[in-house]
Design a protein around this ligand. Structure first.
Ligand code: SF4
Length: 359
């Protein structure tokens, strides 16, 4: 009897709460099932994340191992120059220039490795052999190698009309460095040269480029002395196909550091100052800006020995010469960032045949 009473009482309680218990259970079932899936899926998800990471790393490795194509190459065949720009990125540390036949051999190998554009630079490329060496390389690249684009970057001071008459046909683009339209600022920067006026030289070269059908480009390095200048009017009047605007960059061993020939620290400007210059000239459609970030690793630079220069560590570390180890081996040490090259618009309409200019 005493045993049966609690049992009966428990039975009554159970009956009374059955409905509530049943609805509580129905509510808990999906929660338990969710937690179960979550607990089971936890390790699975971790495994998937790990696999994703591994495949990403593998893809990156495959990308890194892919041979770099030297689509666009800058060959600084001489370091000699008649100017003394205080921020110069490629100073006169040697007077070496390869024999012409050797330089042509290297250019042929680069073409075989996929080169489409060559840019000759320096130092001042017109200084060696009064521009004849340069003329022969330009002609070789256009006629023998049939490169779509052959260009030169020069300070312009040593170019004569006679050079255009002989080699103008083979040249696609001539880029002239001009950092200011104020001659006093040019002198401060180091681009002054005795009685010659850099701005007048620029205007004369613009005429010759029109007369001899060479696309005309301007390169400017924005630095402490020209950062506040308004160049809108002069650039519009010169009407270049492209106006490359660089932010002054420090390169250890070239324009900064103990073993450098220049001390460019006093020329450096902040990113904000550079942006301010760009903003002032934003209406000029041919302006192509290049901040330090974009510029540093996005150029394939060959020095006077045909060694690729790697700027990854803030200085120009040379590879072996392509003439000794071939293009493929040398280019691996170039530090070239192909993605940044494409991002900064490194591949553009660079052949004068395609530019359809109104000369
Ligand atoms: S003209 Fe060019 S190569 Fe010559 S000193 Fe100036 S920056 Fe250097």
């Amino acid at each position: 009897m005493w045993v049966l009473m609690p049992l009966a009482f428990a039975g009554m309680l159970l009956k009374a709460f059955r409905q509530q218990l049943s609805s509580l259970w129905s509510a808990l079932v999906p929660l338990f099932s969710f937690l179960r899936t979550f607990w089971l899926a936890g390790p699975q998800r971790k495994q998937q994340q790990q696999q994703h990471k591994e495949s990403q790393a593998e893809n990156q490795k495959v990308e890194d191992d892919l041979p770099i194509t030297p689509t666009s190459v800058n060959y600084h065949f001489t370091r000699q120059c008649n100017y003394k720009c205080g921020f110069c990125f490629h100073t006169a540390k040697t007077s070496f220039v390869l024999p012409l036949a050797e330089a042509k051999r290297g250019l042929l190998w680069l073409k075989d490795a996929g080169m489409e554009k060559i840019n000759f630079s320096g130092g001042e490329p017109f200084i060696h052999d009064r521009g004849e060496y340069l003329g022969e390389l330009v002609k070789f690249c256009k006629v023998d190698l049939q490169l779509p684009s052959v260009s030169i970057v020069s300070n312009g001071s040593l170019i004569r009309e006679n050079w255009f008459q002989r080699y103008g046909d083979y040249l696609d683009i001539l880029a002239i460095s001009c950092d200011s339209f104020n001659e006093e600022v040019n002198v401060l920067i180091g681009r002054g040269q005795g009685k010659k006026n850099h701005v007048e030289t620029l205007q004369r070269l613009r005429r010759w480029c029109r007369d001899y059908r060479v696309a005309f480009k301007i390169n400017s390095v924005i630095n402490r002395f020209n950062v506040d200048e308004d160049m809108n009017e002069q650039i519009r009047a010169l009407n270049p196909v492209r106006w490359k605007v660089f932010q002054c960059l420090l390169i250890d061993g070239e324009n900064s550091g103990d073993d450098a020939l220049r001390e460019a620290e006093r020329f450096v400007i902040s990113d904000e100052e550079f942006d301010g210059f760009l903003d002032r000239h934003k209406e000029i459609s041919c302006l192509v800006p290049e901040s330090n970030q974009k510029m540093k690793d996005s150029y394939l630079i060959l020095d006077e020995y045909m060694r690729f220069l790697n700027c990854k560590n803030g200085r120009k570390d040379p590879s072996k010469s392509i003439l000794d180890v071939g293009v493929e081996a040398a280019i691996k040490c170039s530090g070239f960032d192909e993605k940044m090259f494409l991002k900064r618009g490194g591949k553009y309409m660079w052949s004068k045949a395609d530019l359809q200019l109104e000369w």
